[in-house]
Design a protein around this ligand. Sequence first.
Ligand SMILES: [Zn+2]
Length: 653
Amino acid sequence: MVAHVAGVFDEKLNEAIANSKILVVGAGGIGCEILKNLVLTGFPQIEIIDLDTIDVSNLNRQFLFHKEHVGKSKAQVARDSALSFNPNVNIVAHHDSVISNDYGVSYFKQFNIVLNALDNRVARNHVNRMCLAANVPLIETGTAGYAGQVELIKKGLTQCYECQPKAAQKTFPGCTIRNTPSEPIHCIVWAKHLFNQLFGEEDPDQDVSPDTADPEAAGEAGSSALTSETTSDGNIQRKSTRAWAAETNYDPEKLFIKLFHDDIRYLLSMENLWKKRRPPTPLSWDKLSGKDDPPAQHSGLPDQRVWSVAECVKVLTTSCKALAEDLKSRADGDHLVWDKDEKNAMDFVTACANIRAHIFNIPLKSRFEIKSMAGNIIPAIATANAIVAGLAVLRAQAILKDEIETCTSVYLRPKLNHRGQLFVPEKNGGELQEMITKINDSVNKRGIKVNVSMNKVMVFQRGKSMNECDIYIEALTPSNPKCYVCAPKPEVGLACNLKQLTLKDLNSALKDGLNMQAPDATVEGKGLVVLSSEPGETEHNNDKTLEELGLNDGCALMVDDFLQNYEVRVRLQHEDEEKNWRLVTDSDAPMPAPKENEKPTNGSNGEPKPGPSRPRHDSDSDMEIIEEDDDGEIIKPPKRRRTEISDEVVELC
Ligand SMILES: [Zn+2]
């Protein structure tokens, strides 16, 4: 039964719904719920875009999909399933990336409202810019476990998705991971790096051997121990870990001795590190291997039991052998990809992380806990998705009723706050009614008529007569005037060494730092094209430094992205010290969040990746978590922060 039967909605809303055209971006946990709500509310024209195919792990909550749909297009199957609820709806499904030339500004302009149900920041940033360019209201949604959020983004009325700084994902300095771990997560990150070094895609930034360049150990590195392994540059074993492991035929014993005995002894020789820390204890293979440690009594699931160190050694032996076999069975140059759901990969990381934790006197964790931490997982909760999707469609109705100014952001809290609220509107929105009541009470006593509207900064204006006044109350969070995306003239600084940064690096900085898809850059005032997104136009300059291209300190580039209809002025700022590049904004303006390195679709993990010299924000992004102050009130920007999460892969930090 569809809700638009006469009498459910008022006539005006019924008509608005009947004439509306809606775009839903994402057909995952929230997208399925939104689509179902739209169809059952009688929205007649819907388009849905999703790049993903259905995975078994989606089935517990993405209820439009069933076992027989695994491997098929999410958008297409969501459409077919939703049509069974209401065959009279016209749903167009696109199995495609929303970041595609096919979905330009004119495509977005045909919709009354866009609803985002995405799980990553790249796509969110892009849709944000497209909706600003097309001037279409965007309803942005997200969940993280039991928490969730719905936020309206409308050009000129509210802040945009990129108006506020996004919280940096927690990254760890390389020397903490390699030399001085102090928390389980440090050992887990190290174990994942080790997996990649041995079996996965080798990445020089994921070195697992002792870091002799650790400034804390300066002057001490390798001065006494294991000098036979050091080379002239002071580093031990520059041979790749993979090459070494292959030579030893991935022998678990040799691997164990190198990683958990020799390397640890080497670390101990860096004495400065242990002046204020408890030193690690190298482990002996002979004492641990073959030792049968009866597992402790545990009534829970096997995955939730913490293994003994001897068990870890056993699991390391078995999983290492299996992974080596897997790697050998593949073509030359092929490698394994770490996957938390792959048994041997997860066993290997659990065992190695725990052995290392034991060495550094860090508490051991169960396989279950390590899986959560290694995958940055907070379980996706079907009910949270359903609540958020319900709120999103209610917001869509309010927009169609011309009540856009009432669409304040709403946050679903994991538990009741001290006022007994599960849904917490932004502070200004929550206080609105109370404020209006108070004003009315006081002015009515004086016989003054009050007209209240809510879309502007709060001002009192005398009305047409002495006995009438208009009140405008700020209900929606206004945009940040210095936002590098939605400000009238967006601007950002790029600090770099102009003698070293090449045109190719500049292109990466614009793509990764400013989330552009195909940037074009010209020198401000001169119109000279420095970087072109057209193939063949500026590639020949790729290896030239910016200085060689005639760009100097203080010079400004006008950079635009045709697809996003977005232009930003980039000031170049020369710094001798800067090794890569760094975006510089005014202190109260948002710091652009570097783009994730993975494809804009479901699932990811949040390992630090090479790139700009400031900490990366590189994980999935599903929502914004707004902190509450001591009174349980929502703290408004600029204190608010975005937390990086996904529909499935989430960490609240
Ligand atoms: Zn903005």
